[in-house]
Design a protein around this ligand. Structure first.
Ligand code: ZN
Ligand code: ZN
Ligand code: ZN
Length: 457
């Protein structure tokens, strides 16, 4: 709901912060003010003017940086150049390396493997999750539709206070039109809504969705679909069907189920008996695949940072867990980028670490308890089988090892340190696990986050 009174509070806060030079916090308050202010109200004009002030400050800051390194492309260009696939793309799925495949066995079910040897630092997937939503805490700095960061000129929804958009295109999106005024605060409920409204947008209406779902074959995976179809709508339909093939699991508690039921009931309103029957089946399907396939956007490498976005991917969902993962997931803008941590041989499985429960920071018994409770599995990874030591107990194997540099100032310094780390890991992998390689793999994870989100290091 719009409220100029709430907007006024944010606007006052923004002015206070601006006066003491806390520009980025001021900006968030300006954006919150815009969310709540009615169109063309005094409050919204004030917020725009305050944002203009911050922008001028940022602008002049940027101008002085540009002056210093006029020969260097903008940071965004450097980032774009760094985060791209390290191998030719799969001809049908342009965001994954052609050497990846989805395999299946009795132990792991479906999983991702590589057909080629990979080196540390190889970017193998850059997937923009098909269904994604922003957490309420980030609504003042990211687009509600595509999740891209854009603090400086987000546009407010004219009708509700729950959405800001990065561009006119996102502001005109049908998805928000459906959601406007109805967005649930709770992450999972909001994602279920998004899955439904986005699907309706792609299929036109409920009967279009039902027709598409008749083509749904759960035995397929994303690898069976053509996501390079020049017809954008076919592409979207294929991405939707690919998502529908993900594994399903019953929600773990009746409490969780009841939470979804509320949304389901709301979406079922004003439908005929037949439509309700199909819709219920569809939503239960979405709900079951969501409970087992969701990912968080963190946009931060901090160990305890909370999830700031919530998403479902049609390929990344096949990553198996390992407490000693060979792949890092890095959140860059609205994409998940998957990067190799150390050399991987052709034929090996690719793994990520679920919920940051890795062997360097969590003991074997902690991990065992956690994965049994949350995921009901016993981890079969090598770190569990061989009970690898915690990082603090790990032996140093290289007397000549030089601790990696910290406080790196520029993107290029970070990139250089990252490349040096990758080379050391490659050259010394026969010593793994060792203190030296683990330190460097950890630093690489933090460097990737810093470079991907243009953060200081
Ligand atoms: Zn957007
Ligand atoms: Zn709205
Ligand atoms: Zn394990």
């Amino acid at each position: 709901m719009k409220s100029n009174k709430v907007a006024q509070n944010y606007s006052e806060k923004a002015s206070e912060l601006l006066a003491v030079g806390k520009n980025s916090d001021a900006l968030k308050n300006c954006n919150n003010c815009l969310r709540f202010a009615t169109a063309e109200s005094a409050e919204s004009l004030k917020a725009m003017a305050a944002r203009e002030k911050v922008y001028t400050k940022f602008g002049s800051l940027k101008a002085s940086v540009d002056n210093l390194c006029s020969s260097v492309d903008s940071l965004e260009d450097l980032k774009e150049d760094f985060f791209k696939l390290s191998h030719p793309p799969n001809p049908k799925i342009p965001f994954i390396a052609d050497c990846l495949e989805v395999k299946e066995n009795d132990v792991y079910g479906r999983f991702i493997a590589t057909k080629k040897d990979l080196l540390p630092g190889d970017v193998v997937i850059m997937e923009e999750p098909f269904y994604k939503i922003i957490s309420p805490s980030e609504k003042n700095s990211r687009c509600s539709v595509c999740l891209k960061q854009n603090s400086l000129n987000l546009i407010s929804c004219e009708k509700c206070s729950a959405a800001l958009f990065c561009s006119k295109k996102c502001a005109a999106s049908k998805i928000h039109e459906y959601e406007c005024g109805k967005i649930e605060e709770h992450f999972e409920k909001a994602l279920l809504q998004r899955m439904f409204y986005q699907s309706i947008q792609i299929c036109g209406d409920l009967s279009g969705l039902e027709k598409l779902m008749n083509n749904h074959d759960p035995k397929k995976t994303i690898m069976n679909f053509d996501l390079n179809d020049p017809d954008n709508n076919n592409n979207l339909k294929n991405r939707m069907l690919a998502t529908m093939t993900l594994a399903e699991r019953e929600p773990w508690s009746s409490e969780a189920y009841a939470k979804y039921e509320l949304v389901t009931r709301e979406l079922e309103q004003t439908k005929t008996e037949d439509e309700r029957h199909f819709l219920r089946k569809y939503l239960v399907h979405c709900m079951k695949s969501m409970t087992v396939n969701f990912f968080h956007f963190f946009w931060s490498s901090e160990e305890n940072s909370p999830g700031k976005g919530y998403a479902i991917c049609s390929l990344a969902a096949y990553f198996a867990h390992s407490c000693d993962p060979n792949i890092d997931k890095i959140d860059v803008d609205n994409k998940f980028v998957f990067v190799t941590r150390r050399p991987i041989k052709a034929g090996e499985q690719l793994s990520i670490c679920y919920d940051r429960y890795n062997y360097l920071t969590h003991s074997l018994s902690d991990r065992k308890e956690y994965f049994n409770r949350v995921y009901t599995f016993d981890c079969l990874c090598v770190a569990c089988a061989k009970n690898y030591p915690l990082l603090k107990d790990m032996s140093r194997l290289d007397d000549n090892f030089i601790e990696p540099k910290v406080n790196l100032n520029s993107f290029d310094d970070m990139k250089q340190q990252y490349n040096e780390n990758c080379k050391y890991i490659s050259d010394n992998i026969t010593n793994y696990p060792s203190y030296e390689i683990c330190i460097l793999m950890n630093q690489n994870n933090r460097l990737l986050y810093a470079m991907g989100n243009l953060l200081p290091f």
